[in-house]
Design a protein around this ligand. Structure first.
Ligand code: AQP
Length: 327
């Protein structure tokens, strides 16, 4: 059975970009594959975070995993810091990766831009992400398109390690959706939707109230043309809203273009608000039931045990190959 690994950082409220780009796929993949879904809390501290916020958001992400339909009996749900092998393999991979490779990472360039004191962890983050993936003999990594470069680096590291020390790692592949892999910010469709962007109206989170969703959609940047048609280059705002509508409703973009032919942006946005809110309502109902339950802690305890068994066996294999004395 093929193995799947993916993670979400507890750096803020999960937005519809995270959901449509990555998490929605998790639910489908668990039916046919052996899935490990992680809350990557060690990654979240590469930039300064409020401890209380990490704590709450970690439990939020776990609860949302379950609320969107990830079944803890089918998939392993766990927190990265509960499995020390991630940090240990992360170090070993840092020693098998080059400054030049990490210097090329666009996410590092974006997140370090304009700052004269950049945490070392922000620079070495991709080697920890490689460890996350390689520990589980992962075949498929479902992610949004912003993570493509990190998965390519993970593949390079795995191939190089295998060539040097003999077959050790499975070489993983990114699974990036055709549509929805890069949901753009509502206030500025030239940027991706992000948890940490300053303007809350730039995103819709899975926990937003119907009024918040309405406000964000109605204020979303569009254009002055007045026609509802998909054209990423000339109409990035409307194209982004069409993608979101299509992903939530299951209707294709061309069906939506037909449905709204001759209609104004106001009517289109009003319907979009309803479509988003009805999906979020179901997720939020399930979220509220479990967020403060003992079930969440139980899921994490069992998940950590299952993850640790696989991760420790890979780590032992790596250490033996590298010449460490393993007892
Ligand atoms: N805008 C997006 N569209 C589609 N997919 C997205 N992802 C993130 N943003 C979008 C995908 O969501 C998964 C989890 O992301 P993450 O928690 O690792 O955070 P990130 O990629 O750094 O994105 P954020 O949400 O913008 O967080 P911050 O603001 O903390 O940097 C990944 O699969 C990602 O591709």
């Amino acid at each position: 059975m093929k193995r799947v690994f993916s993670g979400v950082q507890p750096t803020g409220n999960i937005h519809i970009g995270n959901y449509l780009g990555a998490m929605k796929q998790f639910v489908e993949l668990q039916e046919t594959m052996d899935c490990f879904f992680c809350v990557v809390d060690l990654h979240s501290v590469t930039l300064p975070q409020d401890p209380k916020s990490i704590y709450e958001h970690t439990l939020d992400v776990v609860s949302l995993y379950v609320a969107i339909g990830i079944d803890p009996f089918k998939s392993t749900i766990f927190v990265q810091s509960h499995v020390p092998a991630h940090a240990e393999l992360g170090w070993l991979l840092q020693c098998n990766c080059y400054m030049g490779e990490l210097n090329r990472m666009t996410q590092y360039k974006d997140k370090s831009k304009g700052s004269d004191s950049v945490p070392v962890g922000l620079f070495t983050y991709p080697t920890l992400m490689a460890a996350d993936i390689l520990l589980y003999d992962t075949h498929i990594v479902p992610v949004g398109s912003d993570q493509k470069q990190h998965i390519e680096l993970t593949r390079d590291i795995a191939i190089r390690f295998n060539n040097r020390f003999g077959k050790t790692f499975v070489v993983p592949e990114a699974q990036i959706k055709q549509s929805g892999a890069r949901i753009m910010a509502l206030d500025d469709p030239s940027k991706k939707m992000s948890k940490s962007a300053e303007n809350p109206l730039s995103r819709i989170t899975l926990l937003d109230s119907p009024d918040q969703v309405k406000k964000a959609v109605m204020k979303a940047t569009t254009d002055s043309e007045g026609h509802i048609r998909y054209d990423e280059e000339n109409k990035p705002g409307i194209s982004n809203l069409l993608t979101i509508y299509s992903e939530f409703s299951g209707m294709s973009i061309s069906e939506l273009e037909q449905k709204y032919e001759g209609m104004g942006y106001g009517a289109f946005k009003k319907d979009l608000v309803e479509v988003i809110n009805s999906s979020l309502e179901n997720i939020q109902q399930r979220y509220r039931k479990i967020r403060n339950s003992d079930e969440i802690i139980q899921i994490l305890k069992e998940g950590a045990q299952r993850a640790e068994t696989v991760a420790n066996s890979t780590l032992q294999r790596v250490k033996e190959k590298m010449g460490f004395v393993v007892l």
